[in-house]
Write a protein that binds this ligand. Structure first.
Ligand SMILES: *Cc1c(COP(=O)(O)O)cnc(C)c1O
Length: 471
């Protein structure tokens, strides 16, 4: 498979270069030159998760990774999960329409959020590709909470990778912070920055835009701008479909969304032939995407802190990959559109583009109070605790089933459960009176010593820190 940038630079790269580069030199994101077809569902039925993952993702890595090595890497990545199904599907009853509702549990990996599904694979792929090239990289990422710990866990102890994660000081949950600051491996670093997630992301983008610095330290990205993450997430849309239907009929997915990476993977699956009816973008009060899919106007707004902090984002990077497709793979049009967004704080796509976007996606938003009600009600009804991000998805599904796009009783709906409830214990306790317990392997998280660097939101000082800590 070959890849090109979304901003018009048509130099084609293979998977290994795309994996290591993260962001393209012109500021764009890498996308495959063509979308591969998924294998027929009948051929995947009954296979374990790691086997499905190899079959689904192989076309994206082919040419750059040896097949036997890839099978071993994928198996090893998913052996790190707490349950053999890796991403189990559990029934959640029925929606008002009569459609069956399911929860796709993506939080059984080492750091209890869906990002482990991709990053446990990405960390191992870094190691494999760098060993073959005798290379070294410096991973720099921004996190609203979960990417950081998932990336640090995935890269901890790798000889050829130093990892620096910027997080907005005081805006992550305590569990999220401690998962980053209590790792003992000396090649992973948590960096607290005053401001919001978007401020952290801007610093990361600025560091990547500084070409000499990027070269000097071999910068690489683990945010969902890295194509390999989106690729890895395609697998569980397929396994979820296999779990809820035994035929090739349609399934709808509701995805709690921030950076648009997770739901984009669903679009890639559908593009490859997975029978998907609706893909629903679920937002909290930071509803840039809901406003965009409703009006065609993307406009900057203040980030408001919510009980689902991993979705407290107002600039959804991965939307660029979808816009690139919808604009007929015209990189110059993308560069122009995003340039206008940067300079004016707002941009509107024309009606045909909006109609095309709406053909594939629906959207909805839920505020904290409604998410709390969902947590309470799911617990009351099923005895199950769900985290506030997952609750946003469930609440949006309920709303759209009531005379909306999810009201077809014959189309099962799968809500993606993106975090373990114990990652956000305060919100869950406020809603139910019950404090969810961390799995036993993390039970002493609050006793472990923390290690964190505090740095102002200043590119030069961030660069100094990286230089001083490189191994
Ligand atoms: C990262 C994250 C999201 C948002 O995922 P995107 O791929 O950025 O849309 C949602 N929920 C949780 C728990 C997360 O960690």
């Amino acid at each position: 498979m070959r890849y090109v940038s979304t901003r018009g630079d048509d130099t084609e790269l293979g998977f290994a270069d795309v994996l290591l580069a993260g962001l393209a030199p012109d500021g764009g994101l890498y996308v495959p030159v063509e979308w591969p077809e998924l294998p027929p569902l009948a051929d995947l039925r009954g296979l374990p998760f790691d086997r499905v993952a190899v079959e689904v993702t192989w076309p994206f890595v082919a040419g750059d990774v040896d097949r036997v090595a890839y099978e071993r890497i994928v198996a090893d990545a998913y052996a790190s999960f707490d349950v053999p199904e890796v991403c189990p599907v559990v029934p959640l009853g029925e929606l008002a329409s009569g459609a069956p509702l399911h929860l796709l549990e993506l939080f059984h990996g080492p750091t209890l959020a869906f990002k482990d599904v991709a990053l446990q694979l990405v960390g191992r792929l870094f190691d494999h590709v760098l060993a073959a090239r005798d290379g070294h990289i410096c991973v720099l990422g921004a996190t609203s909470g979960d990417t950081g710990s998932a990336a640090m866990d995935a890269c901890a102890g790798l000889d050829r990778v130093d990892t620096f994660i910027l997080f907005p000081d005081g805006r992550t949950s305590e569990v999220q912070r401690r998962q980053m600051t209590t790792l003992t491996a000396s090649n992973v670093h948590a960096v607290a920055v005053p401001g919001t997630f978007d401020d952290c992301q801007d610093l990361v983008k600025a560091a990547f835009a500084d070409a000499p610095f990027r070269e000097e330290v071999h910068l690489s990205a683990v945010n969902s701008i890295n194509w390999a993450r989106v690729m890895a997430q395609v697998t569980y849309y397929v396994t979820a479909h296999l779990a809820v239907r035994d035929d090739d009929g349609p399934v709808s997915f509701v995805v709690p969304t921030g950076n648009f990476g997770n739901v984009l993977a669903g679009w890639v699956a559908a593009r490859g032939g997975l029978p998907v009816d609706r893909l629903v973008v679920a937002s909290n009060r930071n509803d840039v995407l809901t406003r965009f899919f409703t009006s065609g106007t993307m406009s900057l707004a203040e980030v408001v802190p919510t009980t689902s902090p991993s979705m407290d984002i107002q600039v959804s990077s991965n939307l660029e990959r979808l816009l690139f497709e919808v604009l007929g793979r015209d990189g110059r049009a993308i560069a122009e559109l995003l340039g206008r967004f940067r300079s004016d704080g707002s941009v509107t796509v024309d009606a045909t583009v909006l109609a095309e976007l709406r053909r594939g996606f629906d959207c909805g938003r839920l505020d904290d109070e409604e998410a709390g009600r969902v947590i309470r009600e799911v617990h009351h009804r099923l005895g199950l605790l769900v985290d506030p991000h997952t609750a946003v998805g469930i609440g949006v599904a309920e709303r759209l089933a009531d005379g909306g796009p999810l009201d077809d009783p014959d189309v099962p709906v799968v809500c993606l459960a993106t975090a373990h409830p114990a990652k956000f214990p305060d919100a869950v306790e406020a809603a139910t009176g019950l404090r969810p317990q961390l799995p036993a392997r993390l039970a002493d998280l609050f006793e472990r010593p923390e290690r964190v660097d505090h740095v102002p939101a200043d590119l030069v000082q961030i660069q100094e820190l990286l230089r001083s800590r490189l191994s």
